[in-house]
Write a protein that binds this ligand. Structure first.
Ligand code: HPA
Length: 276
């Protein structure tokens, strides 16, 4: 490996984070999906680091927010929160999209909570439903492990038979119960985007077993599993997928629903973090 291998760049970034947080190394991290970014601001005793202050750390351009990595406490536990993630549809390759996941892994994170906004394919869902991801279908056409494999991250052909940890899904159920929330489980399908799907595509996705559709999470989940990190995924069903309702989709609706259920979502995340 050259001195500037991907692994070395990730390690530089992880070392830079470590130098800013001292001994408070988090073992749990959360990636905040659309509309959830402010959760990072609720962390106690927080150290907030702009992505621009970390070497090689990719910036996300969505809605002009500067991305931040915040390390701080939730219910007495030190966690890392990522406000702002990169997406494949921005034109980043899958390794760039998973750079932050890799850096968190080298930092010492053992558990990764991935959150996202998603369209509801399962007609039993309503806008605002929070869904525990049981498994995924990767239809992005990308994989963060393509190209030469660096064994320091993991093996060439990693098992993906339990990407979303059974144990953590049960933890999510308990956390939901404690908050009187009905938490359905389902299959998340990831597409490249950024265009929303057509009604025909949604019928196809329903046929192959998908309950929710989105444009994130899957690359991070694959990279995390490659490194042996335990993963939990939660989708906020911000809208019914194309063709389910007789109305067009728009990003404002997505953001509006995410904002509406934000309080509930944060209560659930806190209850999960407490129980991990
Ligand atoms: N499709 C894809 N991604 C999404 C959607 C959708 O309907 N809603 C939020 N993210």
């Amino acid at each position: 490996m050259s001195a500037h291998s991907y692994y070395d760049r990730v390690k530089d970034a992880a070392d830079a984070v470590r130098s800013k947080i001292g001994s408070r190394v988090p073992d749990v991290a959360i990636v905040l999906g659309s509309g959830l970014g402010d959760f990072a601001a609720t962390l106690e005793n927080a150290v907030s680091i702009g992505y621009g202050d970390l070497p090689h750390w990719p910036a996300s351009n969505v809605i002009g927010h500067e991305g931040r990595l915040v390390v701080g406490d939730v219910r007495g536990r030190t966690i890392a929160a990522l406000a702002g993630r990169c997406h494949l549809y921005e034109g980043h390759d899958a390794r760039t999209v998973t750079f932050a996941t890799r850096a968190l892994g080298l930092l010492g994170v053992k558990t990764l909570l991935l959150t996202n906004a998603a369209g509801g394919i399962n007609v039993g869902f309503a806008q605002g439903t929070l869904m525990v991801i049981d498994d995924h279908i990767n239809l992005t056409g990308h994989n963060p492990l393509s190209g030469s494999n660096d064994e320091r991250f993991g093996v060439r052909f990693p098992d993906m038979s339990e990407v979303y940890s059974r144990r953590l899904r049960a933890v999510a159920d308990e956390a939901g119960k404690a908050n009187n929330m009905l938490l359905p489980h389902g299959i998340y399908v990831a597409l490249l985007g950024p265009s929303y799907e057509t009604p025909a595509e949604i019928r196809f996705l329903r046929t192959i077993g998908a309950d929710a559709v989105g444009m994130s999470t899957v690359p991070e989940a694959i990279a995390a599993r490659h490194m042996g990190i335990e993963v939990l995924g939660i989708s906020c069903i911000t809208n019914m997928a194309a063709g389910v309702l007789p109305q067009p989709l728009d990003h404002h609706e997505v953001m509006e629903t995410a904002r509406r259920v934000r309080g509930q979502f944060i209560a659930l995340l806190e209850a999960i973090i407490e129980r991990i």
